[in-house]
Design a protein around this ligand. Structure first.
Ligand SMILES: [Zn+2]
Length: 441
């Protein structure tokens, strides 16, 4: 066979392709060409057939698709740390909203999104679905960091620096949908803030826009018990039922949070083919409650993972978020066999990609898909010995173990581990101690 030439070859100890689910390939390589995955094959075969401008060899590395952060407010990185431990309404009314009111501008959103993009990139996020004012500025900042993104054709029922009236929000939403309708590295979602902040008339318009542009509906839904109770008081029905009547519950809906769901709500989401986005850190920090993830998965609802904004988290750490999601799901269900390692890693990648209707391009390592790839080093003392690479990636390695992040074949972030220990212990000697005991099993 004649030798072929690639842009990048990544040789890895383990490859977790996500599709097919549950598979970990050993000593495989990825061939990247023109921003796409050309091949996933045993390293020996790739070496025989291919050369590349760049060969990245990762003898202790696990390679997987980039993480898809299904819900962020990236620019809120610039209000991180405000008002820790305040009651929710005090936190919003005395800290977050005044700070946003004072700072809000295209420059604030672009620079905050850029910093958030850098944080996400170094932690293995390659795509984020953002939800914020000045979405075109968010796109600029996130692209400057190298991320792929979906930005929000945003509406909320009160005036801001972005728009003053419902009509103005909808005009601007239309502009955003037009700007990004052709796809590429930035797409748009229809993003009414939440059922309790948007009127019936505007929600009905959002349903039409979503259908016309075939754009996902990115919305906070059933986040708190109070939201559900208020909807019953004000509209006579639970928020999801109101959204269904207005035409928003379908396979384009990304129901963010979905904390307070009864069995009928779950059945409605499943029947509609809707997705949920689970943001466990935000739900814990804001004392919102516990999403019934095991029940959603069992019902066949597509689940993705999101960090929410840095003000309510305060990390944009998708690996950490997914670890917490897995553990909480088991505890809430009282069942250790629910929310398995591979189900949760799928949620953090393909789950998000599917919710965004972007799964033909991203979310798994399959030939033809975009080369959105990350590498995680499993030789750190935290992850040794490596008995089960996928489980240790989720449960033991943190975002600090992410060493490389590629988006569309471009290396957008690297982290080199340089540690020293008492007695000048080398990484190799740590591994040999771990291997000694691993081999006795
Ligand atoms: Zn949010």
């Amino acid at each position: 066979m004649r030798t072929m030439h690639a842009d990048t070859i990544i040789e890895a100890r383990w490859v977790l392709p996500i599709v097919p689910q549950g598979v970990v390939l050993e000593d495989h390589a990825l061939v990247l060409r023109e921003g796409r995955i050309a091949l996933v094959a045993p390293t020996a075969e790739v070496r025989a057939d291919w050369t590349a401008d760049d060969v990245v060899s990762l003898p202790n590395g696990l390679v997987m698709p980039g993480l898809v952060n299904l819900h962020s407010h990236a620019a809120m990185n610039l209000v991180r740390g405000l008002g820790a431990d305040l009651p929710l309404m005090d936190w919003l009314t005395t800290k977050i909203w005044p700070a946003e009111g004072k700072l809000m501008s295209p420059e604030f959103v672009e620079e905050g999104s850029w910093l958030a993009g850098l944080e996400m990139a170094s932690g293995g996020v390659t795509t984020t679905s953002d939800h914020y004012f000045f979405p075109d500025s968010a796109a600029k900042g996130l692209r400057r960091a190298g991320l792929r993104c979906a930005v929000s054709a945003f509406t909320i029922g009160f005036p801001s620096a972005w728009a003053k009236t419902d009509e103005e929000y909808l005009e601007r939403a239309l502009d955003i949908l037009e700007t990004y309708k052709s796809g590429g590295m930035v797409r748009a979602t229809v993003a009414p803030h939440a059922p309790y902040t948007v009127s019936d008339a505007t929600l009905a318009r959002c349903a039409e826009l979503s259908e016309k542009y075939d754009a996902p509906i990115h919305m906070h839904v059933h986040e708190t018990a109070g939201e559900v109770a208020d909807s019953i008081r004000d509209h006579g029905v639970r928020p999801l039922e109101r959204l269904q009547r207005l035409g928003l519950v379908n396979d384009r809906l990304i129901s963010v949070h979905s904390v307070h769901l009864n069995d009928a709500d779950i059945a409605m989401l499943a029947a509609a083919g809707a997705s949920t986005c689970h943001c466990p850190c935000s739900n814990l920090k804001l004392a919102s409650g516990f999403s019934p993830i095991a029940k959603l998965l069992a019902a066949g609802v597509n689940v993705g993972i999101g960090t929410d904004g840095a003000a309510s988290n305060d990390k944009l750490d998708m690996l950490g978020e997914t670890r917490l999601a897995a553990m909480l799901a088991k505890a809430v269900a009282g069942d250790t066999t629910s929310a398995t390692v591979h189900e949760m890693l799928y949620a953090a990648t393909m789950g998000g990609a599917k919710a965004l209707h972007w799964d033909a391009e991203i979310g798994s390592l399959e030939p033809g898909k975009a080369a959105d790839v990350i590498a995680v080093d499993l030789s750190g003392v935290e992850a040794l010995p490596v008995q089960d690479p996928a489980a240790q990636l989720l449960y033991a390695a943190g975002r600090e173990a992410v060493t490389h992040t590629w988006v569309a074949g471009e290396l957008i972030a690297t982290q080199k581990q340089s540690r020293s220990f008492r007695g000048n212990i080398s990484a190799e000697s740590l591994q040999s101690v771990a291997r000694k005991w691993q081999n006795m099993l």
